[in-house]
Write a protein that binds this ligand. Structure first.
Ligand code: SF4
Length: 362
């Protein structure tokens, strides 16, 4: 835990929940609590809105009257919310240690080095596209270089937008979302290269680089990498007729075996709209899957996780009722703690790329 009161370490959960509820009541309309789908139940129950990073970015941008936005998610999400809200609004991350291991796989200096090598290579225009799961500095780079941000909800539409403006995409930092999205546009593996920032020329052959339509950053989500093709096989053996839906941060081999691929919002929609008697195996973070299973069981829709192991996002899990209690009670006392502030110059450029993203439907 980073940035919390010592006393809260030993406070029982029930008491924490009562204190959170009290503080939220006192703050009334001055506070908005956003809860990402991967948060634990004890946090989600206090969220005014839940969603994936795309939906929550929109929710934050729309709530212009709230002075305090408490973002129960990870660092890059709070940064994006700060960029999309006014200077008078404070965006607060309950635990400053809640980062994202995938976002940490690309830093701006590495991206600049890569850009120097590939920007106008063999006369082709390159459009930088970054996943929402990236730092504000990388989003700003995209804004300054004719690029855009995407989420897993709108990556397909964003890639089409980029190809209307250039012949090649540099996609940072998730190799798998980039590959799966390229496949939906009919771009095969022979037109994709993986850029490894630790190697000279990204570890790519010159000819492959010249041929590539999409350069994929060598990054991944440790949660979604747990899902394997054999998990799909095992589920189909055990539950004939089961439907398998997975997140696009899973590998292309897993996606190829699934019935459908979608962002968390798209997964929720598809599963909720299914007929009673349908059985689903879902390849994404297990808090979302667990809540969906409990919600749909009374309707006769069975939902289970694709993996035999609990695939949990450890950094999302850092947001504990203790940290939520700490930031809310501090606000009641008139003290803004754990505020996320993106420097104005970076925010201006990142906003350009984020605004372009918001024009694309999820
Ligand atoms: S699930 Fe993966 S991509 Fe999402 S916040 Fe966690 S580590 Fe990052």
């Amino acid at each position: 835990m980073i940035g919390q009161k010592e006393e809260l370490r030993t406070t029982p959960l029930e008491e924490l929940e009562a204190r959170i509820a009290r503080a939220k009541r006192k703050l009334a309309s001055r506070v908005l609590i956003l809860g990402h789908h991967y948060q634990r139940d004890e946090i989600i129950r206090f969220a005014d809105y839940t969603g994936d990073s795309f939906k929550l970015a929109r929710d934050a941008a729309a709530e212009k009257e709230k002075p305090y936005i408490v973002f129960c998610g990870v660092h890059f999400m709070a940064e994006s919310a700060d960029i999309l809200t006014s200077d008078e609004q404070a965006v607060i991350l309950p635990d400053l240690g809640a980062g994202c291991s995938m976002a940490d796989m690309a830093d701006i200096d590495q991206v600049l080095d890569c850009w120097e090598e590939i920007a106008g290579r063999n006369g082709k225009r390159t459009i930088p596209v970054c996943y929402m799961n990236s730092s504000a500095a990388i989003k700003a780079f995209c804004g300054d270089h004719g690029g855009i941000v995407c989420t897993s909800s709108n990556a397909h539409s964003v890639f089409r937008w980029a190809f209307e403006r250039g012949e090649r995409i540099l996609f940072v930092p998730d190799e798998h979302l980039g590959r799966n999205t390229a496949h939906t546009l009919g771009i095969g593996d022979e037109e994709l290269v993986v850029w490894d920032p630790a190697k000279p020329l990204g570890g790519c052959e010159e000819a492959a680089l010249d041929r590539a339509r999409v350069l994929l950053w060598k990054g991944f989500c440790s949660v979604h990498m747990h899902f394997l093709p054999e998990h799909v096989d095992r589920m189909r053996e055990r539950f004939p007729g089961i439907r398998v839906i997975v997140h696009p941060e899973c590998t292309a081999k897993v996606v190829a075996k699934a019935d459908a691929m979608g962002s968390t919002e798209q997964i929720l929609r598809a599963v909720r709209e299914s007929a009673p008697g349908t059985c689903w195996a879902v390849g994404t973070e297990f808090h979302l899957v667990g809540r969906l299973a409990a919600e749909l069981a009374p309707r006769g829709v069975e939902v289970m996780t694709l993996s035999p192991f609990a695939c949990q996002c450890a950094t999302m899990y850092r947001i504990h009722p203790r940290s939520l209690c700490y930031v809310l009670e501090s606000l009641v006392e008139g003290c803004v703690v754990n505020r996320i502030v993106v420097p104005a110059e970076i925010a201006r450029s990142a906003r350009v790329a984020l605004d372009r993203m918001l024009e694309h439907k999820g």
